[in-house]
Design a protein around this ligand. Structure first.
Ligand code: SF4
Length: 347
């Protein structure tokens, strides 16, 4: 059974204008998205800025209230309908789901010591009573994240980006969650530090049987850590498949365009760039039919009128394109992504 099942998720935000603040439209940040995440896997979620990736992560954690849809979390003992949780119930349940943020500099409170930052989820949610128990958990988690215990008395400004991200990871882990949303968690780090953090996340996943939703725009990073990859475009999923399959045999023109734009591909494997014309459509007023038709090199008349169905074209491979089977799109060879960090990889 999946740990997390998301069905027909919608997150619309009102656009207000005029002196009276009348609602004149809605930003459809996430528009009818369905997927599941198996226990212990990493689902990579990629797409351009503004495609709705972070909104999905925040909606699952109920940091924002979704407009519609179903989010079911299987704790092993019970299936919890996250959309129904409110107030104290929701606060208590948050110990099962945590987030690692993008910016290790602004996501830590500069006025708290590292010990207090890591202890925050335990104290805020009343999960543990007594300083001794809190300290024991903080110490154990800090060691797991390869933080020096002497550093617990210092403040965040004394640390480098990589160390701060380890503090952020420790804060996410201290309440013993099963599910973590990694929101561009390595994007702000140097490449060598990215490798360290990715390998730490993978070690922790094996050790603690964690499940990740890994949000990123860098496909070489996603290739390294993800079991499956989902591709988003203007609030909707356009393709979802196991990592190897999505890299070697993409079936959606947008996925092929993203792959051809990876800067770190070795020259001998470089793909012919897939030209994308024009701008990303405005999510307030997305185009009719296929949302990608305004930029798609394979667009036909049908694409302008009819929205492609989200369908399974091979085991575990979902795509939303009328002509997915007939397009011969190029993928990337196994050793193509030169900048992938050292260590075990899914590609
Ligand atoms: Fe391109 Fe048409 Fe497929 Fe959309 S449905 S991706 S416009 S070919």
């Amino acid at each position: 059974m999946p740990l997390l099942d998301v069905q027909n998720l919608k997150c619309y935000f009102p656009v207000k204008s005029g002196v009276w603040g009348r609602t004149t439209g809605h930003v459809r940040a996430v528009d009818d998205v369905s997927f599941f995440i198996e226990r212990g896997e990493t689902l990579g979620l990629v797409g351009e800025s503004g495609s709705g990736k972070t909104t999905i992560g925040r909606a699952i954690l109920r940091a924002i209230q979704p407009t519609a849809g179903q989010i079911t979390f299987d704790t092993g003992a019970a299936k919890i309908d996250l959309m129904q949780l409110k107030g104290t119930e929701l606060r208590r349940f948050r110990r099962h789901m945590q987030m690692i943020f993008q910016d290790p500099f602004s996501s830590l409170n500069p006025r708290l010591t590292v010990r207090d930052i890591i202890a925050e989820p335990l104290v805020a949610n009343n999960l543990v009573r007594g300083r001794k128990q809190v300290d024991a958990l903080v110490h154990r988690t800090a060691q797991r994240c390869k933080l020096n215990l002497e550093h617990l008395r210092r403040f965040p400004h004394a640390f480098s980006g990589g160390q701060r991200q380890r503090i952020g990871i420790a804060r996410a882990l201290v309440s013993n969650p099963e599910f973590i949303v990694c929101d561009e968690s390595v994007s702000a780090l140097d490449v060598s530090i990215q490798a360290e953090i990715l390998n730490l996340l993978m070690d922790l996943q094996r050790e603690l049987r964690l499940t990740y939703l890994f949000i990123a725009h860098d496909l070489s990073v996603v290739a390294h850590i993800s079991t499956r990859v989902a591709v988003m475009y203007v609030g909707q999923l356009v393709e979802l498949a196991p990592t190897k399959r999505i890299f070697f045999a993409p079936q959606h023109p947008y996925t092929a365009a993203l792959l051809s734009a990876i800067p770190e591909i070795k020259p001998e494997y470089a793909l012919k760039p897939v030209p994308l014309r024009g701008e990303i459509p405005n999510p307030i007023n997305p185009p009719a039919g296929c949302r990608f038709h305004t930029r798609c090199p394979y667009m036909e008349a049908r694409c302008q009128k009819e929205q492609p169905a989200w369908r399974e074209i091979a085991p575990d491979h979902f795509v939303a394109c009328h002509f997915a089977e007939s397009l011969s799109l190029k993928g990337i060879a196994p050793t193509a992504v030169a900048a992938a960090p050292a260590g075990e990889s899914h590609v």
